[in-house]
Design a protein around this ligand. Structure first.
Ligand code: NAD
Length: 374
């Protein structure tokens, strides 16, 4: 069985799907591992680190593709690359099938068995395969560092001979995986933190990290789906929520927004009017920038200053921490491969809910119930 990794080509993508540590595990299972030269360079893994554990370096991308049985990647490869794979080859990467129907139909036509790292179900047994959580946690951490860097104030309280500086106030909107990590990081940096989420279930988690949970009474009490994700609010509740956020935004030095609703555009939480009422020098870091933004003024991939408020719309934050992001992503992949491979060969056992939900295409068919029924 030949398992390969291509060099990522998308702009802003510094991660690599396979680290030397995970390659060593696969080689011990008698899998032959091949990479392109400099595949891990952008995440500080050198060819030498791979060859030291027994990985082979291919002389060309085409040579690698033509002999591959299992291809690992972060972003989905181009149609040109995919069309050079053998029929029946396995691809494991982020696919985002609902958002990329053309990619799904290409995978069907080329008879590629594709597993989406974004499609791993959020159940206890799959926790070690949950790349979304690994990456969201990195994004929440990095967003806090960006906020601290952009703010022209200290985060912690400072007692100096010249006087006492009060701590900065951070408001975190959305307390899922990224939001909780942002709360923890802002707290470690010494800020006073408040957080808000439509799911009341997160209140205790927010408080256990030393932050204050701000609440509003919503008319629709069902704010969460069975799967634990947020639902879109009613128009009446959206207004109530915006009023609450407006009051807290006026007092905040930093706002980090992380609110997402699966399959929907990111909810609008910060309007232009709220930005106008914020203190000069305040910073908004909008982690939902790539999904339309939680702030009305966010532009993905840019930092703007509006009414002396900085609005940062970062894209692909995990890639900015590429070494550790790759380390975690590769371990998530290894856990999934350990489930998929039986004596080194892929076994698509669709009675296993992890394999069923994660497999986007197999034998020219769409398998994922989420994509099939959409
Ligand atoms: P996400 O990225 O979809 O959303 C981020 C947060 O935004 C969520 O907490 C959501 O409630 C919140 N949000 C949505 N609309 C909002 C609004 N209008 N105002 C304020 N906040 C809003 O979520 P996620 O971080 O991927 O996690 C979603 C759920 O999955 C959580 O319950 C999490 O605990 C759970 N989860 C479970 C597992 C597991 O069991 N293996 C792993 C990871 C996450």
């Amino acid at each position: 069985m030949i398992l390969s990794v291509l060099k990522e080509v998308e702009e802003h993508e510094n991660r690599v799907a396979l680290t030397p540590e995970v390659a060593a595990h696969l080689i011990k299972k008698d899998i032959e591992v091949w990479i392109e030269s400099d595949t891990g360079l952008a995440s500080s893994f050198l060819d030498k680190h791979y060859t030291d554990v027994g990985v082979n370096i291919a002389s060309s991308r085409d040579e690698l593709l033509s002999k591959t049985d299992i291809l690992l990647a972060v972003q989905a490869p181009s149609v040109e690359d995919l069309s050079k794979l053998k029929k029946g080859a396995v691809l494991v990467c982020f696919i985002w099938g609902l958002q990329n129907p053309e990619l799904v139909s290409t995978l069907q036509k080329l008879n590629i068995s594709a597993l989406g790292m974004d499609a791993v179900p959020r159940i206890s047994r799959a926790q070690n395969m949950d790349a979304l959580s690994s990456m969201s946690s990195i994004a929440g951490y990095k967003a806090s560092l960006i906020a601290a860097n952009e703010l022209d104030k200290y985060f912690p309280m400072m007692m100096t001979a010249a006087g006492t500086i009060p701590p900065s106030k951070a408001l975190i909107l959305g307390a899922g995986v990224a939001g909780l990590q942002a709360i923890a990081t802002c707290r470690k940096l010494g800020a006073v933190v408040e957080a808000f989420d439509v799911r009341p279930a997160v209140k205790e988690q927010v408080q256990s990290l030393g932050a204050k949970f701000i609440e509003v009474e919503l008319s629709d009490e069902e704010t969460e789906t069975k799967g634990g994700y947020a639902k879109e609010l009613t128009e009446e509740d959206k207004l109530k929520q915006r009023e609450l956020i407006h009051q807290h935004a006026k007092k905040s030095d930093v706002i980090i927004t992380t609110a997402l609703i699966p399959g929907r555009p990111a909810p609008l939480l910060i309007t232009k009017e709220m930005v106008r009422d914020m203190k000069p020098g305040s910073v908004i870091v909008d982690l939902a920038a790539e999904n339309g933004g939680n702030c009305e003024l966010t532009k993905a991939g840019t930092t703007q200053i509006v009414n002396e408020v900085k609005i940062v719309g970062p894209v692909n934050l995990p890639s900015q921490l590429a070494n550790h992001a790759s380390t975690l992503y590769a371990k998530n992949m290894l856990a999934l491969l350990n489930l998929l491979l039986e004596e080194g060969t892929p076994n698509f056992n669709f009675e296993d809910e992890i394999i069923l939900n994660t497999t986007i295409t197999h034998n020219g068919e769409i398998i994922s119930p989420l994509i099939k029924n959409n």
